[in-house]
Design a protein around this ligand. Structure first.
Ligand SMILES: C[S@@+](CC[C@H](N)C(=O)[O-])C[C@H]1O[C@@H](n2cnc3c(N)ncnc32)[C@H](O)[C@@H]1O
Length: 457
């Protein structure tokens, strides 16, 4: 009998296919192994580093017959850095794998036929597409640096930020300057609690070509230090630094904390298609706004509004999608449980002059739907757009949605597994998936977004 696999074993394997999560899957000695850094059909030497729930996880050590899809990564930190998962794969091949993975998940979980899945739409930008990044301050023998976590290690940082190609070039230049300024200061060390520089947040408006910069510190120190950083940066990058702020989070656990605006304005405008949106330093916004236009255009096509319909936008965030579609609807109702996002949504409605036909309600979707029904607050919607978090829809929320019997549901998803699960739930209520369109919003990573159209049969 073959020996059982164990941690630190070095094995020779040929993964069968790429799977959701960034790895490929192989079977050896009747065991399942997820192999990080390997492409399907490559001959791989890999080391097993973890076993969880009967499944092994391995990292690639050697590739003896590299796939034609394998390329040299652009970033020198790729593989070690926790930021990207697929920079070693040619972009066209990334799209091909995403298409296969999405189709496979839908077929396995919901029995959905691949003819319903459109050909994935590429991101307009393969690199430099992110409008937001949270970096961390760290320290090594060369001084203070700004970087990302080592892959899978929240206690280790790498000096990666200057080389991060996921953000626009100007952001990288700003990061380099902040790193130089930080040499006089002390990076926070979570293990000892010493030092105070914790996170460096950048938000970028592609429309304004300006940045909002945020520094999180863990101690009460003189904030004038950072004010002078922002002033110096504004001189170095004329017209580019929209605003600068500091947050204080004593535990250093996140960048949320007491907020001090120190320079300029900590809000700017971003555009998706013809619509303008206010983006605040801390507010949620689509991370790839140029790619988001593709996603929203499919939502518009699938909603097929003629101007007379009532549209509900559930999990609406800052009202982005509802406002995008509002020209084609008679009434739009957005629901969202993040108070600051609802405040932004109301500002965005005014900014786009959408008038009184667009309304935003604060609260948990399931609770607000119940209240609307019990108090008969609004007429039933013709079309409901849903854009839930990765966990998908709680069954209670689906039940309450179903009482309004919309003709169409437009489901925007960032997680194929929960999307497939929810499609099966909807089918129990007589809704069929007509088509689904994957849209790549996150090149160099395994993440997949898609828009689905469901109709009541
Ligand atoms: C994927 S985001 C979608 C944002 C928005 N559609 C957009 O395009 O910017 C999911 C949103 O759902 C909100 N959310 C999460 N759970 C919720 C709930 N139970 N009720 C209402 N909103 C919720 C989050 O705050 C977040 O803004």
């Amino acid at each position: 009998m073959a020996e059982k696999l164990k941690i630190n074993d070095v094995i020779d394997i040929v993964p069968e296919k790429m799977v959701y999560g960034g790895s490929s899957i192989a079977r050896i000695q009747n065991q399942t192994v997820f192999v990080y850094g390997a492409l399907q059909k490559e001959n791989i030497q890999a080391r097993i580093y973890r076993k969880r729930k009967g499944v092994f996880y391995a990292e690639t050590l050697n590739v003896s017959n590299p796939s034609k899809d394998r390329i040299e990564s652009r970033c020198p930190h790729f593989g070690e850095c926790g930021g990207c998962t697929w920079q070693h794969i040619d972009y066209q091949a990334q799209l091909k794998y995403k298409q296969h993975i999405f189709t496979d998940v839908l077929s396995r979980i919901a029995g959905i036929n691949d003819t319903k899945v459109g050909k994935i739409v590429p991101s307009p930008l393969e690199f430099g597409y992110r409008n937001k990044m949270e970096f961390s301050f760290g320290k090594n023998s060369e001084g203070v640096f700004i970087g990302h976590h080592r892959r899978g290690r929240y206690d280790q940082l790498l000096p990666t930020a200057k080389d991060c190609f996921l953000v626009p070039e100007k952001v990288r230049e700003i990061v380099s300057n902040v790193e130089e300024m930080a040499q006089e200061e002390e990076a926070h060390d979570p293990r000892t609690g010493s030092g105070y520089l914790r996170f460096f947040n950048v938000r970028w408006s592609f429309h304004e070509e300006r940045a909002i910069l945020g520094i999180t510190i863990t101690q009460d120190i003189d904030l004038n230090i950072f004010k002078s950083w922002f002033i110096d940066l504004a001189e170095k990058f004329p017209g580019v630094i929209a605003g600068g702020y500091v947050t204080i989070n004593y535990a250093g656990s996140s960048s949320i904390g007491k907020f001090h605006s120190l320079f300029g304005n900590t809000e700017f405008i971003e555009r998706i298609g013809e619509k303008s949106y206010v983006v605040g330093a801390m507010s949620f916004f689509q991370t790839n706004p140029i790619g988001a236009k593709n996603l929203f255009d499919f939502a518009r096509e699938f909603a097929d509004l003629s101007g007379n319909e009532r549209l509900w936008d559930l999990y609406c965030g800052a009202g982005t999608i509802g406002i995008y579609l509002s020209d084609d609807a008679a009434f739009v109702l957005g629901i969202e449980n993040e108070e600051s996002a609802i405040a932004c949504a109301k500002i965005n409605a005014e900014l786009n002059n959408v008038g009184e036909k667009v309304i935003f309600l604060y609260g948990d979707v399931a609770k607000v739907l119940l209240e609307i029904r019990e108090k008969r607050l609004y007429e039933k919607p013709d079309c409901i757009v849903i854009d839930p978090p990765r966990a998908g829809l709680p069954s209670k929320t689906v039940r309450r949605m179903m009482r309004f019997k919309p003709k169409r549901i437009i489901y925007i998803t960032c997680n194929p597994s929960t999307f497939a699960r929810d499609i099966s739930v909807f089918s129990g209520y007589g809704y069929s998936l007509i088509k689904v369109q994957p849209v790549d919003m996150f090149p160099q990573t395994y993440h997949i977004e898609a828009v689905g159209l469901l109709k009541r049969s």
